[in-house]
Write a protein that binds this ligand. Structure first.
Ligand code: CTP
Length: 418
Protein backbone atom coordinates (compact mmCIF):
# COMPACT_ATOMS: atom_id res chain seq x y z
CA UNK A 1 0.00 0.00 0.00
CA UNK A 2 1.34 3.43 -0.92
CA UNK A 3 2.41 5.45 2.04
CA UNK A 4 0.53 8.72 2.57
CA UNK A 5 3.74 10.63 3.35
CA UNK A 6 5.10 9.67 -0.06
CA UNK A 7 1.91 10.89 -1.74
CA UNK A 8 1.95 14.16 0.19
CA UNK A 9 5.58 14.82 -0.70
CA UNK A 10 5.00 13.90 -4.30
CA UNK A 11 1.88 15.97 -4.87
CA UNK A 12 2.05 18.99 -2.63
CA UNK A 13 4.62 21.78 -3.04
CA UNK A 14 7.43 21.62 -0.44
CA UNK A 15 6.43 24.89 1.29
CA UNK A 16 2.92 23.60 1.75
CA UNK A 17 4.22 20.34 3.17
CA UNK A 18 6.34 22.28 5.65
CA UNK A 19 3.26 24.32 6.63
CA UNK A 20 1.35 21.10 7.24
CA UNK A 21 4.18 19.75 9.41
CA UNK A 22 4.33 23.01 11.33
CA UNK A 23 0.55 22.91 11.86
CA UNK A 24 0.83 19.34 13.16
CA UNK A 25 3.62 20.30 15.58
CA UNK A 26 1.78 23.40 16.81
CA UNK A 27 -1.43 21.42 17.39
CA UNK A 28 0.49 18.79 19.29
CA UNK A 29 2.14 21.46 21.51
CA UNK A 30 -1.38 22.70 22.28
CA UNK A 31 -2.47 19.16 23.09
CA UNK A 32 -4.84 19.10 20.10
CA UNK A 33 -5.26 16.50 17.39
CA UNK A 34 -5.01 17.67 13.79
CA UNK A 35 -5.93 15.90 10.56
CA UNK A 36 -6.10 16.63 6.87
CA UNK A 37 -9.59 15.59 5.72
CA UNK A 38 -12.10 15.28 2.92
CA UNK A 39 -11.53 15.92 -0.76
CA UNK A 40 -7.78 16.45 -0.56
CA UNK A 41 -7.20 13.04 1.04
CA UNK A 42 -9.32 11.42 -1.67
CA UNK A 43 -7.41 13.27 -4.37
CA UNK A 44 -4.00 12.48 -2.86
CA UNK A 45 -4.90 8.80 -3.14
CA UNK A 46 -6.13 9.27 -6.70
CA UNK A 47 -3.08 11.38 -7.53
CA UNK A 48 -5.33 14.19 -8.76
CA UNK A 49 -4.25 17.80 -8.26
CA UNK A 50 -5.97 19.47 -5.31
CA UNK A 51 -4.55 22.27 -3.20
CA UNK A 52 -7.77 22.97 -1.25
CA UNK A 53 -6.53 21.93 2.14
CA UNK A 54 -9.21 21.22 4.74
CA UNK A 55 -7.91 20.58 8.24
CA UNK A 56 -9.92 19.35 11.19
CA UNK A 57 -8.88 20.04 14.77
CA UNK A 58 -10.09 17.97 17.68
CA UNK A 59 -10.27 20.86 20.17
CA UNK A 60 -10.30 24.44 18.94
CA UNK A 61 -9.45 25.39 15.36
CA UNK A 62 -9.30 29.12 16.02
CA UNK A 63 -6.71 28.73 18.81
CA UNK A 64 -4.57 26.61 16.53
CA UNK A 65 -4.89 29.12 13.67
CA UNK A 66 -3.90 31.97 16.02
CA UNK A 67 -0.78 30.13 17.14
CA UNK A 68 0.10 29.23 13.57
CA UNK A 69 0.04 32.82 12.30
CA UNK A 70 2.37 33.77 15.16
CA UNK A 71 5.02 31.51 13.64
CA UNK A 72 4.19 32.03 9.95
CA UNK A 73 2.49 35.40 9.60
CA UNK A 74 -0.55 35.23 7.33
CA UNK A 75 -4.04 36.67 7.11
CA UNK A 76 -6.29 35.03 9.66
CA UNK A 77 -10.06 35.08 9.22
CA UNK A 78 -11.75 33.44 12.20
CA UNK A 79 -15.47 32.56 12.28
CA UNK A 80 -16.13 32.07 15.99
CA UNK A 81 -19.79 31.16 15.41
CA UNK A 82 -18.74 28.15 13.35
CA UNK A 83 -15.48 27.37 15.14
CA UNK A 84 -13.61 27.69 11.85
CA UNK A 85 -10.73 29.81 10.56
CA UNK A 86 -9.04 30.46 7.27
CA UNK A 87 -5.37 31.30 7.01
CA UNK A 88 -4.20 32.95 3.86
CA UNK A 89 -0.50 33.10 3.08
CA UNK A 90 0.71 34.79 -0.09
CA UNK A 91 0.66 31.53 -2.02
CA UNK A 92 -1.24 29.01 0.07
CA UNK A 93 -4.21 28.77 2.37
CA UNK A 94 -5.64 26.44 5.01
CA UNK A 95 -9.25 25.99 6.02
CA UNK A 96 -9.34 24.87 9.62
CA UNK A 97 -12.47 23.58 11.31
CA UNK A 98 -13.17 22.41 14.82
CA UNK A 99 -14.21 18.74 14.70
CA UNK A 100 -17.97 18.47 15.10
CA UNK A 101 -20.88 16.12 15.11
CA UNK A 102 -24.04 16.94 13.24
CA UNK A 103 -27.65 15.93 13.66
CA UNK A 104 -30.58 16.80 11.46
CA UNK A 105 -33.79 17.98 13.16
CA UNK A 106 -35.73 17.22 9.96
CA UNK A 107 -34.94 16.33 6.36
CA UNK A 108 -33.46 19.25 4.45
CA UNK A 109 -32.87 21.36 7.57
CA UNK A 110 -29.40 22.69 8.17
CA UNK A 111 -27.67 20.44 10.70
CA UNK A 112 -27.47 21.06 14.43
CA UNK A 113 -23.76 21.21 15.18
CA UNK A 114 -21.85 20.24 18.35
CA UNK A 115 -18.09 20.04 18.98
CA UNK A 116 -16.99 16.45 18.63
CA UNK A 117 -14.12 14.10 17.91
CA UNK A 118 -12.38 13.58 14.57
CA UNK A 119 -14.33 10.34 14.29
CA UNK A 120 -17.62 12.24 14.72
CA UNK A 121 -16.48 14.66 12.08
CA UNK A 122 -15.83 11.87 9.63
CA UNK A 123 -19.16 10.20 10.39
CA UNK A 124 -21.11 13.36 9.46
CA UNK A 125 -19.75 13.26 5.91
CA UNK A 126 -21.40 12.31 2.63
CA UNK A 127 -19.47 9.38 1.12
CA UNK A 128 -16.81 6.94 2.24
CA UNK A 129 -14.32 8.34 -0.28
CA UNK A 130 -14.74 11.79 1.32
CA UNK A 131 -14.61 10.50 4.89
CA UNK A 132 -10.92 9.73 5.25
CA UNK A 133 -8.37 11.68 7.26
CA UNK A 134 -4.58 11.83 7.55
CA UNK A 135 -2.97 12.52 10.93
CA UNK A 136 -0.60 15.47 11.02
CA UNK A 137 0.72 15.38 14.60
CA UNK A 138 4.41 14.41 14.62
CA UNK A 139 3.89 11.06 16.41
CA UNK A 140 1.42 9.81 13.79
CA UNK A 141 2.26 11.99 10.81
CA UNK A 142 0.91 10.49 7.59
CA UNK A 143 -1.20 7.76 9.20
CA UNK A 144 -4.54 7.34 7.50
CA UNK A 145 -7.80 7.24 9.40
CA UNK A 146 -10.23 5.31 7.23
CA UNK A 147 -13.13 4.10 9.35
CA UNK A 148 -15.58 3.36 6.54
CA UNK A 149 -13.49 1.69 3.87
CA UNK A 150 -13.01 4.78 1.73
CA UNK A 151 -9.71 3.60 0.35
CA UNK A 152 -11.15 0.32 -0.81
CA UNK A 153 -14.15 2.07 -2.35
CA UNK A 154 -11.80 4.39 -4.16
CA UNK A 155 -9.94 1.41 -5.54
CA UNK A 156 -13.20 -0.23 -6.65
CA UNK A 157 -14.47 3.14 -7.86
CA UNK A 158 -17.59 3.12 -5.68
CA UNK A 159 -19.64 5.99 -4.27
CA UNK A 160 -21.10 4.77 -1.00
CA UNK A 161 -23.03 6.62 1.71
CA UNK A 162 -22.07 6.07 5.34
CA UNK A 163 -25.59 5.25 6.51
CA UNK A 164 -29.11 4.80 5.17
CA UNK A 165 -30.37 8.23 6.24
CA UNK A 166 -27.66 10.16 4.43
CA UNK A 167 -29.78 11.39 1.51
CA UNK A 168 -32.81 12.15 3.66
CA UNK A 169 -30.66 14.14 6.07
CA UNK A 170 -29.21 16.17 3.23
CA UNK A 171 -30.62 15.59 -0.24
CA UNK A 172 -28.01 17.86 -1.88
CA UNK A 173 -25.84 14.75 -1.53
CA UNK A 174 -27.89 13.23 -4.35
CA UNK A 175 -26.48 15.75 -6.81
CA UNK A 176 -23.05 15.47 -5.17
CA UNK A 177 -23.10 11.68 -5.66
CA UNK A 178 -23.71 12.10 -9.38
CA UNK A 179 -21.02 14.75 -9.62
CA UNK A 180 -18.37 12.53 -8.00
CA UNK A 181 -19.55 9.49 -9.93
CA UNK A 182 -18.95 11.16 -13.28
CA UNK A 183 -15.88 13.19 -12.32
CA UNK A 184 -14.03 10.31 -10.75
CA UNK A 185 -15.30 7.64 -13.12
CA UNK A 186 -17.04 5.77 -10.30
CA UNK A 187 -20.34 3.89 -9.93
CA UNK A 188 -22.97 4.15 -7.24
CA UNK A 189 -22.65 1.23 -4.85
CA UNK A 190 -25.81 -0.96 -4.97
CA UNK A 191 -27.44 0.12 -1.72
CA UNK A 192 -26.47 3.76 -2.35
CA UNK A 193 -28.10 3.53 -5.78
CA UNK A 194 -31.27 2.17 -4.21
CA UNK A 195 -31.33 4.86 -1.51
CA UNK A 196 -30.67 7.59 -4.03
CA UNK A 197 -33.60 6.69 -6.28
CA UNK A 198 -35.82 6.19 -3.24
CA UNK A 199 -34.86 9.56 -1.77
CA UNK A 200 -34.77 11.66 -4.97
CA UNK A 201 -38.13 13.07 -3.85
CA UNK A 202 -36.38 14.52 -0.79
CA UNK A 203 -34.82 17.14 -3.05
CA UNK A 204 -38.11 18.96 -2.49
CA UNK A 205 -36.92 19.67 1.04
CA UNK A 206 -33.89 21.62 -0.18
CA UNK A 207 -33.98 25.39 -0.58
CA UNK A 208 -33.65 26.98 -4.01
CA UNK A 209 -30.34 28.58 -3.06
CA UNK A 210 -28.78 25.26 -2.14
CA UNK A 211 -29.99 23.49 -5.30
CA UNK A 212 -28.74 26.40 -7.39
CA UNK A 213 -25.35 26.08 -5.73
CA UNK A 214 -25.24 22.38 -6.64
CA UNK A 215 -26.03 23.22 -10.26
CA UNK A 216 -23.28 25.82 -10.31
CA UNK A 217 -20.84 23.17 -9.11
CA UNK A 218 -22.04 20.78 -11.83
CA UNK A 219 -21.46 23.43 -14.48
CA UNK A 220 -17.87 23.76 -13.27
CA UNK A 221 -17.19 20.10 -14.04
CA UNK A 222 -15.43 19.09 -17.21
CA UNK A 223 -18.48 17.39 -18.78
CA UNK A 224 -21.66 18.58 -17.02
CA UNK A 225 -23.82 16.77 -19.59
CA UNK A 226 -22.74 13.40 -18.18
CA UNK A 227 -24.07 14.37 -14.76
CA UNK A 228 -27.32 15.70 -16.21
CA UNK A 229 -27.75 12.55 -18.30
CA UNK A 230 -27.33 10.42 -15.20
CA UNK A 231 -29.69 12.68 -13.26
CA UNK A 232 -32.39 12.09 -15.86
CA UNK A 233 -31.77 8.35 -15.82
CA UNK A 234 -32.15 8.19 -12.04
CA UNK A 235 -35.22 10.44 -11.81
CA UNK A 236 -33.28 13.31 -10.22
CA UNK A 237 -33.54 15.80 -13.09
CA UNK A 238 -37.34 15.59 -13.15
CA UNK A 239 -37.31 16.78 -9.52
CA UNK A 240 -35.88 20.02 -10.84
CA UNK A 241 -38.39 20.22 -13.66
CA UNK A 242 -40.10 17.36 -15.48
CA UNK A 243 -39.57 18.98 -18.90
CA UNK A 244 -35.76 19.10 -18.61
CA UNK A 245 -33.72 16.63 -20.65
CA UNK A 246 -30.20 15.28 -20.29
CA UNK A 247 -30.09 13.52 -23.66
CA UNK A 248 -27.58 13.29 -26.51
CA UNK A 249 -28.85 16.58 -27.94
CA UNK A 250 -27.85 18.36 -24.76
CA UNK A 251 -24.45 16.66 -24.90
CA UNK A 252 -24.03 17.86 -28.48
CA UNK A 253 -24.99 21.41 -27.46
CA UNK A 254 -22.57 21.48 -24.54
CA UNK A 255 -19.84 20.16 -26.76
CA UNK A 256 -20.54 22.87 -29.29
CA UNK A 257 -20.55 25.49 -26.52
CA UNK A 258 -17.08 24.38 -25.41
CA UNK A 259 -15.68 24.24 -28.93
CA UNK A 260 -17.28 27.27 -30.52
CA UNK A 261 -17.60 29.93 -27.84
CA UNK A 262 -15.22 31.96 -25.76
CA UNK A 263 -14.49 31.75 -22.94
CA UNK A 264 -14.08 27.99 -22.90
CA UNK A 265 -15.16 26.36 -20.65
CA UNK A 266 -18.38 28.36 -20.95
CA UNK A 267 -19.88 30.24 -18.00
CA UNK A 268 -22.49 28.43 -15.90
CA UNK A 269 -25.19 30.75 -17.26
CA UNK A 270 -24.63 29.52 -20.83
CA UNK A 271 -24.86 25.88 -19.76
CA UNK A 272 -28.05 26.71 -17.87
CA UNK A 273 -29.50 28.61 -20.84
CA UNK A 274 -28.89 25.60 -23.08
CA UNK A 275 -30.48 23.30 -20.50
CA UNK A 276 -33.67 25.36 -20.29
CA UNK A 277 -33.85 26.01 -24.05
CA UNK A 278 -36.62 23.42 -24.64
CA UNK A 279 -38.86 24.81 -21.88
CA UNK A 280 -41.82 27.09 -22.54
CA UNK A 281 -42.34 30.34 -20.64
CA UNK A 282 -44.54 28.92 -17.90
CA UNK A 283 -42.14 26.05 -17.29
CA UNK A 284 -39.22 28.46 -17.11
CA UNK A 285 -41.05 30.71 -14.63
CA UNK A 286 -41.55 27.73 -12.32
CA UNK A 287 -37.88 26.89 -12.47
CA UNK A 288 -36.88 30.51 -11.83
CA UNK A 289 -38.98 30.49 -8.66
CA UNK A 290 -37.76 27.05 -7.59
CA UNK A 291 -34.09 28.03 -7.91
CA UNK A 292 -34.61 31.58 -6.67
CA UNK A 293 -32.55 32.76 -9.60
CA UNK A 294 -31.11 36.27 -9.31
CA UNK A 295 -32.95 38.78 -11.48
CA UNK A 296 -30.27 39.34 -14.17
CA UNK A 297 -29.95 35.60 -14.73
CA UNK A 298 -33.74 35.20 -14.86
CA UNK A 299 -33.89 37.96 -17.50
CA UNK A 300 -31.19 36.22 -19.57
CA UNK A 301 -33.08 32.93 -19.44
CA UNK A 302 -36.35 34.62 -20.43
CA UNK A 303 -34.49 36.16 -23.36
CA UNK A 304 -33.24 32.70 -24.31
CA UNK A 305 -36.79 31.35 -24.51
CA UNK A 306 -37.83 34.43 -26.44
CA UNK A 307 -35.10 33.70 -29.01
CA UNK A 308 -36.16 30.05 -29.17
CA UNK A 309 -39.65 31.33 -30.02
CA UNK A 310 -38.22 33.52 -32.76
CA UNK A 311 -36.20 30.88 -34.59
CA UNK A 312 -39.16 30.20 -36.86
CA UNK A 313 -39.41 33.73 -38.29
CA UNK A 314 -35.60 33.82 -38.34
CA UNK A 315 -35.57 30.86 -40.73
CA UNK A 316 -37.07 32.97 -43.52
CA UNK A 317 -34.23 33.27 -46.06
CA UNK A 318 -35.38 36.64 -47.43
CA UNK A 319 -35.41 38.59 -44.16
CA UNK A 320 -34.00 42.09 -44.41
CA UNK A 321 -31.24 43.04 -41.97
CA UNK A 322 -33.54 45.58 -40.34
CA UNK A 323 -36.16 42.88 -39.71
CA UNK A 324 -33.49 40.61 -38.20
CA UNK A 325 -32.46 43.49 -35.97
CA UNK A 326 -36.06 44.04 -34.95
CA UNK A 327 -36.47 40.37 -34.04
CA UNK A 328 -33.32 40.18 -31.93
CA UNK A 329 -32.68 43.59 -30.44
CA UNK A 330 -32.84 43.95 -26.67
CA UNK A 331 -31.95 40.31 -25.98
CA UNK A 332 -29.05 39.57 -23.62
CA UNK A 333 -25.82 38.65 -25.47
CA UNK A 334 -25.64 35.31 -23.68
CA UNK A 335 -29.17 34.48 -24.85
CA UNK A 336 -28.13 35.34 -28.42
CA UNK A 337 -25.21 32.94 -28.14
CA UNK A 338 -27.45 30.22 -26.69
CA UNK A 339 -29.87 30.66 -29.61
CA UNK A 340 -27.00 30.48 -32.07
CA UNK A 341 -25.78 27.22 -30.58
CA UNK A 342 -29.19 25.66 -30.19
CA UNK A 343 -30.95 26.35 -33.45
CA UNK A 344 -30.90 23.65 -36.14
CA UNK A 345 -31.59 25.98 -39.03
CA UNK A 346 -28.51 27.23 -40.87
CA UNK A 347 -30.49 30.21 -42.18
CA UNK A 348 -31.51 31.21 -38.65
CA UNK A 349 -27.90 30.80 -37.53
CA UNK A 350 -26.68 33.05 -40.35
CA UNK A 351 -29.20 35.69 -39.32
CA UNK A 352 -28.34 35.48 -35.64
CA UNK A 353 -24.65 35.75 -36.46
CA UNK A 354 -25.27 38.80 -38.64
CA UNK A 355 -27.06 40.44 -35.73
CA UNK A 356 -24.45 39.42 -33.16
CA UNK A 357 -21.41 40.43 -35.19
CA UNK A 358 -22.67 43.48 -37.04
CA UNK A 359 -26.24 44.72 -36.75
CA UNK A 360 -26.29 45.20 -33.00
CA UNK A 361 -23.38 47.64 -33.24
CA UNK A 362 -24.76 49.71 -36.10
CA UNK A 363 -25.67 53.35 -35.50
CA UNK A 364 -26.84 56.10 -37.83
CA UNK A 365 -24.26 58.71 -38.83
CA UNK A 366 -26.64 61.50 -37.89
CA UNK A 367 -27.22 61.93 -34.18
CA UNK A 368 -30.37 63.07 -32.38
CA UNK A 369 -28.79 66.53 -32.07
CA UNK A 370 -28.20 66.64 -35.82
CA UNK A 371 -31.89 65.91 -36.39
CA UNK A 372 -32.95 68.60 -33.91
CA UNK A 373 -30.77 71.15 -35.71
CA UNK A 374 -32.49 70.07 -38.94
CA UNK A 375 -35.76 71.20 -37.38
CA UNK A 376 -37.22 68.01 -35.90
CA UNK A 377 -38.55 68.62 -32.41
CA UNK A 378 -37.36 66.28 -29.64
CA UNK A 379 -40.07 63.70 -28.96
CA UNK A 380 -41.66 60.57 -30.40
CA UNK A 381 -41.27 61.69 -34.04
CA UNK A 382 -37.55 62.06 -33.56
CA UNK A 383 -37.33 58.55 -32.20
CA UNK A 384 -39.33 57.13 -35.11
CA UNK A 385 -37.18 58.95 -37.63
CA UNK A 386 -33.97 57.70 -35.97
CA UNK A 387 -35.31 54.14 -36.12
CA UNK A 388 -36.29 54.44 -39.78
CA UNK A 389 -32.93 55.92 -40.57
CA UNK A 390 -31.12 53.07 -38.86
CA UNK A 391 -33.29 50.48 -40.64
CA UNK A 392 -32.52 52.15 -43.98
CA UNK A 393 -28.80 52.10 -43.20
CA UNK A 394 -28.93 48.41 -42.28
CA UNK A 395 -30.78 47.58 -45.48
CA UNK A 396 -28.32 49.59 -47.57
CA UNK A 397 -30.89 52.21 -48.60
CA UNK A 398 -28.71 55.04 -47.31
CA UNK A 399 -24.94 54.73 -47.39
CA UNK A 400 -23.58 58.16 -46.45
CA UNK A 401 -24.26 61.17 -44.26
CA UNK A 402 -25.57 63.03 -47.32
CA UNK A 403 -28.04 60.27 -48.09
CA UNK A 404 -29.16 60.18 -44.46
CA UNK A 405 -29.76 63.93 -44.56
CA UNK A 406 -31.72 63.50 -47.81
CA UNK A 407 -33.88 60.84 -46.20
CA UNK A 408 -34.53 63.01 -43.13
CA UNK A 409 -35.56 65.93 -45.33
CA UNK A 410 -37.96 63.68 -47.20
CA UNK A 411 -39.48 62.40 -43.97
CA UNK A 412 -39.64 65.96 -42.63
CA UNK A 413 -41.61 67.20 -45.62
CA UNK A 414 -43.97 64.21 -45.38
CA UNK A 415 -44.53 65.00 -41.65
CA UNK A 416 -45.06 68.73 -42.27
CA UNK A 417 -47.26 67.90 -45.29
CA UNK A 418 -49.59 65.82 -43.12
N1 CTP B 1 -19.72 17.32 2.80
C1 CTP B 1 -20.77 16.49 3.16
N2 CTP B 1 -22.04 16.76 2.76
C2 CTP B 1 -22.30 17.85 2.01
C3 CTP B 1 -21.25 18.70 1.64
C4 CTP B 1 -19.96 18.41 2.06
O1 CTP B 1 -20.53 15.52 3.85
N3 CTP B 1 -23.53 18.11 1.61
C5 CTP B 1 -18.34 17.00 3.29
C6 CTP B 1 -17.58 16.02 2.39
O2 CTP B 1 -16.89 15.14 3.22
C7 CTP B 1 -16.60 16.87 1.64
C8 CTP B 1 -16.34 18.03 2.60
O3 CTP B 1 -17.55 18.17 3.34
O4 CTP B 1 -15.44 16.17 1.33
C9 CTP B 1 -16.00 19.33 1.92
O5 CTP B 1 -17.02 19.70 1.00
P1 CTP B 1 -16.65 20.24 -0.43
O6 CTP B 1 -15.62 21.29 -0.34
O7 CTP B 1 -17.92 20.54 -1.16
O8 CTP B 1 -16.08 18.92 -1.09
P2 CTP B 1 -14.68 18.38 -1.55
O9 CTP B 1 -14.59 16.96 -1.14
O10 CTP B 1 -13.58 19.30 -1.21
O11 CTP B 1 -14.98 18.23 -3.08
P3 CTP B 1 -14.60 18.97 -4.37
O12 CTP B 1 -13.45 18.20 -4.86
O13 CTP B 1 -15.81 18.82 -5.24
O14 CTP B 1 -14.34 20.40 -4.00
Amino acid sequence: MVNMVTLINKQLPPELVSLLRLAGETASQQGQKLCLVGGVVRDLLLERANLDLDLVVEGNAIELAQALVQTRPGKLTPHPRFGTAKIQWPEWSFDLATARSETYARPGALPTVKPGSINDDLFRRDFTINAMAVHLDPDHYGETLDLYGGREDLQSRLIRVLHNRSFTDDATRIWRALRYEQRLDCRLERNTHKLLTRDAIMLETISGDRIRHELELIFKEELPEKIIYRAEELGVLSQLHPALRGNSELAELYNRARNLTTPSPPPAALYLALLIYPLNSQELEKLIVRLRLPKPLAVTLRDTISIADRTEPLQDPVLTPSRIHQLLQGHAPLAINAGLLATDSSVARRHIRLYRDKLRYMRTTLTGDDLISMGIPAGPDLKTIMERLLAAKMDGEVTSRREEEGMVKGLLSSISGQ
